[in-house]
Design a protein around this ligand. Structure first.
Ligand SMILES: CC(C)(COP(=O)(O)OP(=O)(O)OC[C@H]1O[C@@H](n2cnc3c(N)ncnc32)[C@H](O)[C@@H]1OP(=O)(O)O)[C@@H](O)C(=O)NCCC(=O)NCCS
Length: 149
């Protein structure tokens, strides 16, 4: 499948919100994404396009020599086709381009698919934030990956 990775633009936000509200509870607001794109100088967001349609997206904060992955989502109809792989590869590439030493993220303890995706790219479990997710009080697993020494 032909997946194109490019930077997220303001004009993507209607489509991003369509995917976001179907994917996360609670979802980020449109304003939150807009601030990330226009005001947060540390933030980078990418989208994955399939046949010209945005199928998924991911974001990262590049803070000095650390990358903090903020979110990754793929619309349900595009899942299991390798789009998530391409988004993670795109975020890791942003780290490599910026000489980032390590990347981290939080993932719900029960989210086996996402944990498997991250482990595939070398992320390892380093700790737990108890009750991190306010909707159901679920713990977050903290994962880290070394990018380069
Ligand atoms: C997690 C998510 C982004 C994966 O996207 P995707 O496009 O379906 O992923 P891919 O098809 O590229 O698969 C990548 C890897 O994920 C894992 N994976 C994907 N589908 C899986 C499944 N049904 N069961 C187990 N592992 C699975 C595998 O490790 C897979 O590696 P492989 O390609 O070698 O098999 C997607 O399921 C999603 O949007 N989920 C809801 C939002 C979410 O949980 N985001 C992460 C928040 S931390």
């Amino acid at each position: 499948m032909d997946v194109k990775i490019r930077e997220m633009r303001e004009s993507d936000l209607d489509r991003i919100m369509e995917i976001e509200v179907k994917t996360f509870s609670p979802p980020w607001s449109r304003e939150a994404f807009l601030l990330e794109l226009t005001k947060n100088l540390l933030a980078k967001y990418i989208v994955a396009e399939v046949d010209g349609e945005v199928a998924g997206y991911g974001g990262i904060w590049l803070i000095i020599d650390e990358g903090h992955i903020t979110n990754i989502a793929v619309e349900e109809k595009y899942r299991g086709l390798g789009v998530g792989n391409r988004i993670v590869e795109g975020l890791i590439q942003l780290c490599i381009d910026r000489d980032i030493k390590a990347a981290t993220l939080e993932v719900r303890k029960s989210n086996e698919i996402a944990k498997s995706l991250y482990k595939k790219y070398g992320f390892k479990e380093y700790g737990i934030r108890e009750g991190y997710y306010s909707d159901n009080n679920e713990d977050a697993i903290i994962m880290w990956k070394t990018i380069q020494f």
